[in-house]
Design a protein around this ligand. Structure first.
Ligand SMILES: *[C@@H]1O[C@H](CO)[C@@H](O)[C@H](O)[C@H]1NC(C)=O
Length: 261
């Protein structure tokens, strides 16, 4: 039996924290999502995330990933952009990284929260542009992972060059703004993601912390807007990953992201 892990979510109400049940079942019994034909969908995200070894992902990281697929099934443009950006953030977080280095993500989150209080939109734009160059390096890591899943390892080494490796940032204020701009059709899903992200943020492992910071940063309204503009390129990139031939789709996405901020 080739086992896969199924995450089942049970939420008693729209605002309840989801409980995660992890079931180890035979791969024959795991029914993958059907292809809805849409460019970003649960099917596409499921296929794309297959390139990563998810064996070490924590329960709440798997929970978050499951909700990305649900978001992918929602046709609203904000939901589609959230799903695409989060799928890329998720793969970036599990592909490799510097332990405890969430500096770029934490910087963006803090800059956006500060600017939303002061009304300084220029600061939001410049922090978003900086984050996009970090996303570019994650996209390169993901391409490498798709070519050779053995090539990437979570690096050992010194933590990033910022206070606490970016472990502390304005988590609650960031999710307030993410939830405030979530569409009615998916706000319940985004709220479940907030609950899962909070566990990642507060988790002990650096993989959880990095993932929590990246997933929070890619969900911010300013990054969501950028992803709405590059949705075709992001969808092409995710679709190309399972083939191991995503280099040109990656270049097109990076270029489009630079142009959109
Ligand atoms: C998304 O839609 C597809 C196709 O209709 C379906 O198979 C799948 O169960 C849906 N949801 C998720 C989370 O996969």
């Amino acid at each position: 039996m080739l086992p896969v892990v199924l995450v089942l979510l049970a939420a008693t109400s729209a605002l309840a924290a989801p409980g995660a049940y992890l079931n180890i079942i035979s791969i024959d019994e795991a029914i993958p999502p059907k292809d809805s034909g849409r460019a970003v969908s649960a099917f596409r995200i499921d296929q794309a995330t297959e390139i990563a070894n998810q064996g070490e992902a924590s329960a709440y990281l798997l929970t978050f990933e499951q909700i990305i697929k649900d978001l992918g099934n929602d046709s609203n443009k904000v939901s589609q952009a959230l799903a695409a950006a989060q799928a890329i953030g998720y793969l970036g977080a599990v592909s490799s990284g510097v332990p405890g280095d969430s500096c770029a993500a934490a910087d963006l989150i803090n800059a956006v929260v500060a600017a939303s209080r002061s009304g300084n939109n220029q600061a939001v734009r410049s922090a978003t542009a900086k984050f996009v160059s970090y996303l570019s390096s994650l996209i390169d890591n993901i391409v490498e992972l798709s070519v050779n899943s053995e090539s990437m390892r979570f690096a050992v080494g010194p933590r990033g060059n910022c206070p606490a490796g970016g472990r502390n940032y304005q988590f609650e204020a960031a999710w307030d703004s993410i939830l405030a701009s979530a569409p009615a059709s998916s706000v319940h899903l985004v709220n479940e993601q907030y609950c899962a992200a909070k566990r990642l943020y507060k988790g002990f492992s650096v993989v959880s912390n990095n993932a929590g910071a990246i997933l929070t940063a890619v969900s911010l309204p300013s990054v969501n807007l950028a992803f709405q503009n590059v949705l075709p390129q992001a969808a092409n990139f995710l679709a190309a990953l399972p083939s191991g031939n995503a280099g040109s789709a990656a270049s097109a996405l990076k270029q489009a992201l630079y142009n959109s901020v």
